[in-house]
Design a protein around this ligand. Structure first.
Ligand code: 26M
Length: 821
């Protein structure tokens, strides 16, 4: 009863103002005259957090009495983005809070800008995990997100002399008001050492693991509120700490410095997020991170199960554990170890529980990105797990031999151990064998999984394979990022769309309404003006909001082909230089994204983008009609400002390479049109919005394969295309490098001699398609109509739809509604 009248739970404006001042005094220790913006932000965050905790405690209470299945989403990355704005949206108090702080003389936008972004992910995969936990809570599904609390998230990118420079991220510098440390639920994780056999009291032969060291995992919990429901689920991130007793008393008596050193080493475990470099294998600390968070999480689930009086035999009835790629795939071996070694379950029972527990989502077809761990590294860290993997493999390969009599090639292809050269553990194979369900993240990707990467597994167990197309949360990517557009939605179709994105269809009947179109354009122009302000602030480059904003934002990678866009921009520039009076549609090309620090070609691609900008932006003959901008440090926060201001979305990966893409969805629902290949979810976006409202170009995945089989020679293609040839020559001759013919040589040579991602083959089609884009943009009414229809038909790409599919097809979980205490 005390709770109800309290200034910690009430959503009324006056109560909120009192609570805010109270927090400024008693958590920040400041008064209005000396408080900084950081203080105000913190006070506001704590005020909002109190309201959230009320829902969190109510949710925990509701779940405790529940027998229903809980989803554990295991992900090495959660790219959450700032919490405050999203929480205000989901609690439905954004406007009230804006007013409340306004009455105290503060601007809510300024305060929102104070929050450091928790960049605990590399890109698509980590952001998908964040969208998914938002949707899980919104759909009122009992769920926990489990991951790693990296002290330093993805590096902060600056551009110096046109090059990417990596700076250490320090998101925890001012503290994190959204997390609560729970030392009482810490877990001891063992690592290294050796195994030995022994005979137990019943005279059975058993194996014992004698580990070399122990690390303590301390959980930090953050509430994840659903949209306008009482549910607030938990994101539980593990932080590594040293075991005081182990280091200080037992092993290092008298060796103080040695003990401190050991402590530092243990705590290194969760210090930094690995940027996804080209070759993931060989990174011992990375495997240690993976095992650490998975072991902590499984231990935690068992604690919860026991707390509810459940027995270990029922583990799979209580938990559906989803593996976000292979990063947590070691969980298959860890659960087997727990069941067989700790609980002494018979192998077959343990295996049945394990496979019923896990589901595995694959996110890539690129062979170099498939995780493999050298056997000796694996044995050094996890000797017992390696033995268990051998045992799993032996039993599995027996089944394979029975299914494919005499087909030893098949056995080698399916084995969990790669023995073609140096021996490796294949994590995708472990995940596939250890799960009852395997899924790709878009229809094409799932089909290719069945046809290529996991073809032999598909032949063996076709019923395991599913396809679930990715989605993104409309709360962050529309309600929060694009308030002007959402206000128009509200006036036109109400606000049911935020929970049921298919309701955007109701906009369709306004697609030909001139007054509506006028407002639509005005909103886009406003968003572009704001983006232009940000661009000049971050890069010093002035851009014209009336020009077409042509945007490519994503990780920098050869398969995503940012350099294909570059070739085309140079061709436009060349055209304009050849005829300065040519009718050129003014365009602003906006690029943003990070390159993995060890990926030299990707870093050079950034240098090439900045280099063409340095020439084109300042060429008086261009008269400002073309601008090329590289926005530094792409992140969730900058994404929220970029997507709403885009006219054109570039999704130009080589067909068959981009598993899904999710940026493509954020652009479409914010009214940008797409120029894209028939790759990943582009295909489905095109299908939904209609091919009249989508610019496609390039080879299909089947054509790519055919072309490669026929023998592909990029030089032939380049020689035969005068425009492309001229472009290549301009770069080669040093136009964009002050005559230096060496600088961009790796890119040019790659293009001429290998062209792994077939830029040359798709160039002509891309260039023609861009002319079609020009034509469409010139017809303002047509473009606006296309934009409206893209938004109206983007409902499929809500992560609510994705999560509903996982719930129905893979997890078999149902909602639990939460009454407030
Ligand atoms: C691996 C080992 C060591 C360090 C880092 C990594 C690593 C981390 C992330 C490797 C790959 C990582 O992410 C891959 C990824 O983001 N894939 C993208 O997933 C999206 C969500 O499904 C898809 O939309 C994208 O198409 C896909 O590229």
């Amino acid at each position: 009863d005390l709770l109800h009248a309290s200034d910690r739970t009430s959503l009324s404006k006056d109560s909120f103002k009192r609570a805010f001042i109270d927090n400024l005094f008693y958590t920040q220790g400041k008064f209005l005259q000396v408080a900084t913006h950081k203080d105000y932000y913190q006070a506001l965050a704590y005020t909002v957090r109190d309201r959230l905790l009320y829902r969190w405690v109510s949710t925990a209470t509701a779940y405790t009495g529940q027998v229903s299945r809980t989803v554990s989403y295991l992900s090495a990355e959660f790219l959450m983005g700032p919490s405050l704005g999203n929480t205000l949206i989901n609690l439905g108090i954004l406007d009230e809070v804006r007013q409340a702080v306004g009455e105290l003389g503060l601007d809510l936008t300024d305060l929102l800008d104070q929050e450091a972004e928790p960049g605990l992910g590399n890109g698509g995969l980590g952001r998908l995990a964040a969208c998914f936990i938002d949707s899980l809570a919104t759909l009122e599904l009992p769920a926990l997100g489990y991951g790693i609390r990296y002290e330093h998230g993805i590096f902060y990118q600056t551009i110096v002399d046109g090059w990417q420079v990596e700076n250490t991220d320090n998101w925890l510098r001012y503290g994190n008001p959204w997390e609560i440390r729970r030392p009482e639920w810490s877990v001891e994780v063992k690592i290294g050492g050796f195994t030995e056999t022994y005979t137990d009291t019943e005279d059975r032969h058993r194996v014992r693991w004698v580990p070399a060291k122990t690390v303590v995992g301390v959980p930090f919990d953050s509430p994840i509120p659903g949209y306008r429901v009482n549910t607030a689920n938990t994101l539980r991130l593990w932080s590594a700490e040293a075991t005081q007793s182990f280091d200080f008393e037992v092993f290092n008596r008298g060796d103080y410095l040695g003990a401190v050193n050991k402590k530092v080493t243990s705590e290194n475990l969760t210090k930094i997020l690995y940027p996804n470099d080209e070759t993931p294998q060989g990174k011992e600390l990375r495997l240690e991170q993976q095992y650490f968070f998975v072991a902590c999480s499984l231990h935690d689930m068992i604690r919860i199960l026991k707390g509810q009086g459940g027995s270990i035999e029922r583990f799979h009835e209580k938990f559906a554990v989803q593996l976000n790629d292979t990063h947590p795939a070691i969980g298959v071996a860890e659960l087997m170890r727990i069941l067989v070694d700790d609980y002494l379950l018979p192998w077959n029972d343990a295996w049945s529980i394990t496979t019923q527990t896990f589901g595995y989502t694959n996110h890539t077809l690129l062979p170099e990105a498939l995780e493999r761990w050298p056997l000796d590294l694996f044995r050094r860290l996890l000797p017992r797990h390696l033995e268990l993997i051998f045992e799993i493999n032996e039993r599995f390969l027996h089944d394979v031999r029975v299914a494919f009599l005499g087909d030893e090639a098949r056995v080698r292809a399916l084995s969990l151990i790669d023995e073609t050269g140096e021996r490796y553990v294949r994590m995708a194979h472990l995940a596939t064998v250890g799960s009852h369900a395997v899924n790709g993240v878009a229809t094409l990707h799932s089909d290719l999984l069945k046809k290529d990467v996991l073809a032999d597994f598909y032949a063996l167990s076709p019923q395991k394979f599913h396809s679930i197309t990715n989605g993104v949360t409309p709360r962050r990517w529309l309600a929060l990022a694009n308030p002007r557009l959402c206000e128009l939605f509200r006036e036109t179709i109400g606000d049911g769309w935020a929970k049921e994105l298919d309701q955007l269809r109701r906009l369709e009947r306004h697609a030909d309404d001139a007054a509506f179109a006028e407002r639509w354009r005005a909103i886009k122009l406003d968003n572009k003006r704001q983006l232009a302000d940000l661009i000049v602030q971050r890069t010093g480059i002035e851009v014209d909001p009336e020009s077409m904003f042509d945007v490519q934002v994503k990780r920098i990678h050869e398969y995503k082909r940012q350099h294909l866009a570059v070739l085309q921009i140079i061709a436009m520039y060349h055209r304009l230089k050849s005829d300065p009076n040519a009718e050129v549609l003014p365009r602003t090309f906006i690029f943003s994204g990070k390159a993995a620090p060890g990926y030299a070609i990707a870093k050079l691609m950034i240098r090439l983008i900045t280099a063409i900008g340095d020439v084109i932006n300042y060429d008086p003959e261009v008269r400002g009609r073309l601008k090329v901008v590289f926005m530094p440090n792409f992140s969730v926060t900058t994404g929220q400002r970029i997507y709403p201001g885009a006219d054109l979305s570039e999704q130009i990966s080589l067909a068959g390479k981009e598993a899904s893409g999710t940026g493509n969805m954020k652009f479409a629902m914010n009214g940008a049109l797409t120029i894209g290949t028939m790759d990943g979810a582009n295909i489905e976006i095109c299908e939904e919005v209609g091919s009249d409202n989508f610019f496609t170009f390039g080879m299909t995945a089947a054509q790519v394969e055919e072309r490669r089989r026929a023998g592909y020679d990029p030089r032939e293609v380049i020689e035969a295309n005068p425009e492309l040839h001229a472009v290549v020559e301009l770069i080669r001759n040093g136009l964009f490098s002050r005559g230096d013919t060496e600088l961009f040589k790796p890119i040019i040579d790659g293009l001429l001699w290998h062209d792994t991602y077939m830029l040359a083959a798709d160039y002509a089609s891309y260039s023609d398609c861009q002319l079609e884009v020009d034509r469409a943009y010139r017809d303002t009414a047509r473009w606006t109509r296309m934009s409206i229809l893209n938004v109206a038909r983007s409902g499929k790409f809500s992560s609510d739809r994705s999560i509903q599919e996982y719930a129905d097809k893979i997890w078999k979980v149902t909602p639990v509604s939460v009454p407030l205490l």
